[in-house]
Design a protein around this ligand. Structure first.
Ligand SMILES: [Zn+2]
Length: 454
């Protein structure tokens, strides 16, 4: 009997530390608010088995984690502007840690776990997607009868739309500067300034893919640009190199094959890590988004590539007048964010944040303004020579004569959708469909569409 107790005691002693090791600790909780969702990130000491449930009365989402322990406070998060009222924890049973998210509005949760990826360890990501208000029209509902465009520009005089993509954001800080500067803040500041300058120019409009500090997967960025009817996609970055003395700006375009240099290859590899760092639910991306599948399809992009190199060249030489250049010509590599068949796309490295001198400059409003105006100048120059049909710039270049009539036809290009073309000419999709006697929204490359008058 005595021996038995002793044995049991020994087993218990041996088991205790093992159990303690098997427990995953929640070391911190972070929160990011995006325009259409709220992301909660749990930093864990090890992977956990978990389950996410939505409950009502009161409305809440609970996350049950097996063999987990809370090793942080839940009350330090700023919940303003989110549908989260409060965060709390409990233990429905001894081996389950329950995280309760009290809600003020309905959300659709989506969750996934991520393996360690510098600068992060194990993570559990919970995205709470806002639900559309009841009054909003479902995507495939018939268009309202009086769907006149909101912008009252004459037909054939639309704005040229520049999508400005501030690199990184939220979970993904991007490169880190010598004094702790985050690339994601520098890129957003320059992107905002670039938008301001573009909007000041008649015939142009700047649209941001990201307008705050939140994460957007790389593959979704060109999608947002496409939804805004962009003619050009410009991704803004400020990167790091292992060699701390490296400095100067560079401009990149997509290459379908190998990279044009070792730096280009290294950089593309680094930039493409964004989705691993920021966290992307691969399954939901691949399955549920037909538009995304379209972007990932490697369509014939040669024409877009030539335009990308052309606009990249103009931006680079314009930047060369205000800042040092890292490379004298546009480089190419396999950047995921540039893989859009729709529009010419470039990635601008505004400088090296890993270089102490350059990092300091990149953080000043004055240098950000100077860089933005150089980028804008290159973009204006490109479109001055290549104004898209139907744009105000094309209209004025051709003397404002008969262009409106010439622009009444549109030849469908690879990757274009009917709704995108409708947006470009500022007519409704319904009007475009009717004007061309289309039975569905399916269009073919090379097909000529007649554009209705407003
Ligand atoms: Zn970057």
């Amino acid at each position: 009997m005595k021996a038995w107790t002793r044995t049991l005691g020994l087993i218990a002693l041996l088991l205790l530390p093992l159990t303690a090791l098997a427990e995953a600790q929640i070391q911190s909780v972070r929160l990011w608010r995006a325009p259409d969702n709220t992301r909660l990130v749990l930093d864990l000491s090890a992977a956990v088995k978990y389950e996410v449930l939505t409950l009502d009365k009161p409305l809440r989402v609970v996350i049950d984690m097996k063999d987990a322990q809370l090793a942080t406070q839940l009350d330090g998060l700023s919940l303003g502007g989110t549908p989260i009222r409060a965060l709390r924890s409990g233990r429905p049973s001894s081996d389950i840690l329950r995280l309760v998210i009290d809600l003020s509005a309905e959300v659709k949760p989506s969750s996934f776990s991520l393996p360690p990826n510098a600068p992060y360890g194990h993570r559990l990501v919970i995205d709470l997607f806002d639900q559309l208000p009841q009054t909003q029209v479902a995507p495939n509902a018939p268009p309202p009868t009086n769907s006149s465009p909101t912008v009252s520009l004459p037909s054939g005089q639309r704005d040229i739309v520049i999508a400005i993509d501030a690199g990184h954001g939220g979970e993904d800080p991007g490169a880190l500067g010598a004094k702790g500067q985050h690339e994601k803040h520098v890129t957003l500041a320059i992107a905002r300034e670039l938008q301001r300058q573009i909007n000041q120019r008649k015939g142009f409009r700047g649209e941001l893919t990201r307008s705050g500090d939140y994460f957007i997967p790389l593959v979704k960025r060109p999608l947002i640009a496409r939804q805004k009817g962009a003619d050009l996609f410009v991704s803004i970055h400020a990167d790091a190199a292992e060699r701390k003395s490296a400095f100067g700006a560079s401009v990149y375009a997509l290459s379908k094959g190998g990279a044009s240099s070792e730096t280009a290859r290294w950089l593309a590899k680094n930039e493409n890590r964004s989705d691993l760092i920021g966290g992307v639910d691969r399954l939901s991306l691949n399955d549920k988004d037909p538009m995304l599948a379209g972007v990932l399809l490697d369509l014939s992009m040669n024409a877009k590539l030539a335009s990308s190199l052309n606009v990249g060249d103009k931006v680079l030489s314009s930047m060369g007048k205000v800042t040092a250049l890292h490379k004298r010509s546009v480089e190419t590599a396999g950047f995921i964010v540039l893989k859009s068949p729709d529009m010419p796309s470039i990635l601008v490295e505004t400088g090296f944040i890993s270089n102490q001198n350059e990092a300091q400059k990149l953080n000043t409003a004055q240098h950000q303004r100077t860089l933005a105006s150089a980028i804008a100048k290159g973009i204006f120059e490109f479109f001055q020579k290549n104004p898209p049909p139907g744009s105000w710039l094309a209209f004025t270049r051709d003397g404002g004569q008969s262009v409106a009539t010439a622009a009444r036809e549109h030849r469908v290009q690879a990757g274009e959708s009917l709704s995108q073309i409708a947006r470009r000419y500022q007519v409704s999709t319904a009007a475009l469909r009717q004007h061309n006697a289309l039975k569905s929204d399916l269009i073919k490359v090379g097909q000529i569409l007649k554009i209705p008058a407003l």
